[in-house]
Design a protein around this ligand. Structure first.
Ligand SMILES: Nc1nc2c(ncn2[C@@H]2O[C@H](COP(=O)(O)OP(=O)(O)OP(=O)(O)O)[C@@H](O)[C@H]2O)c(=O)[nH]1
Ligand SMILES: [Mg+2]
Length: 291
């Protein structure tokens, strides 16, 4: 009956949990974020957010999850692929508007594109850069063998400020980040470099936290207490060179048909920052043009 004989034989989950969360989450923030989103009035519309990353990372799924968190019900917006596919399911560029709960649309859009694959497959970095610069129009189907030609009907020679990207989001899967191919990382870095030259704000959304950590899979409220997720954030920060404060681990809605306030608030906190960064960027651009 002594204290020592009662030691657990299976490793305790406490060994995998931090005592103090490394980021605070307040579930009651959800309504506040939604209210602020309703009042958002950027000087340039729409604010354009581009998602890019490896095939199957959850780009299309993130767009649907954002729409779901905003509107409070299941939606089909961007078509998603299967879990096992190695080929990109999204093959062309599509802009997704986000519906408001009481009708109309938010003043920001998501551009969904083809995923990055190993050598010879998936979208070319040159094409992602062309999207950043606003040169590729909606509906263009990417050719993994060659970048868009300036003679293509979908080539936009003189992009408007609203055709250009105002925040670049790297989507990485938390459960597969360690296995990510170096050539995909190099391609992502090339895109990031160009975005940095243009001063475009950049963040990482780290998806599939439910697959990466069992504790989080059982309870999303443990997200910022999970040592494993913290480790994945660190790994993605090192791989792409993006600071911690701009990395958002999330779980996308994928199999669920009912809403989960713990999933919503995490998605909405990421969205709030992404939209604010895009808005700040546009304001800075306009101020520097006015001077
Ligand atoms: N468990 C889990 N599965 C997810 C999550 N996000 C996405 N998925 C699944 O991952 C698969 C791929 O998701 P997509 O959104 O199609 O990925 P994508 O990045 O758009 O892929 P491509 O268009 O092929 O480049 C789908 O089966 C999703 O259901 C997540 O957070 N958790
Ligand atoms: Mg997709």
């Amino acid at each position: 009956m002594g204290g020592e004989s009662t030691k657990p034989t299976v490793p305790s989950t406490h060994a995998h949990q931090l005592k103090v969360a490394w980021r605070n989450v307040d579930r009651s923030e959800k309504e506040g974020i939604l209210r602020n989103m309703d009042y958002l009035n950027p000087s340039l519309t729409p604010l354009r957010i581009l998602l890019y990353g490896p095939v199957g990372a959850g780009k299309s799924c993130f767009i649907n999850s954002v729409q779901r968190a905003l509107i409070g019900r299941n939606v089909i917006n961007a078509l998603e692929g299967s879990i096992t596919s190695e080929k990109s399911f999204t093959a062309s560029i599509k802009t997704h508007k986000m519906k408001k709960r009481r009708g109309g649309y938010y003043p920001f859009v998501f551009s969904d594109i083809m995923g990055l694959e190993l050598d010879g497959g998936g979208i070319q970095t040159e094409d992602i850069i062309k999207v950043l610069e606003g040169h590729i129009l909606d509906g263009y189907t990417f050719n993994p063998r060659r970048p868009i030609s300036e003679r293509n009907q979908k080539y936009n020679t003189y992009p408007n400020p609203s055709d250009k990207v105002h925040c670049l989001v790297s989507i990485l899967p938390a459960d597969a980040i360690s296995r990510m191919d170096q050539c995909v990382i190099e391609k992502m870095k090339t895109v990031r470099k160009r975005a940095s030259e243009l001063n475009i704000p950049q963040v990482i959304v780290l998806t599939k936290v439910d697959n990466a950590c069992e504790i989080v899979n059982r309870d999303m409220r443990k997200l910022y207490y999970s040592k494993r997720i913290k480790q994945k954030v660190e790994e993605s920060s090192n791989k792409l060179g993006i600071p911690w404060s701009n990395i958002y681990p999330v779980k996308n809605y994928h199999a669920e048909i009912t809403e989960d306030a713990n999933v919503d608030v995490i998605i909405l906190m990421a969205l709030r920052d992404i939209v604010n960064f895009a808005n700040d960027y546009v304001k800075d651009l306009q101020e520097s043009n006015d001077n």
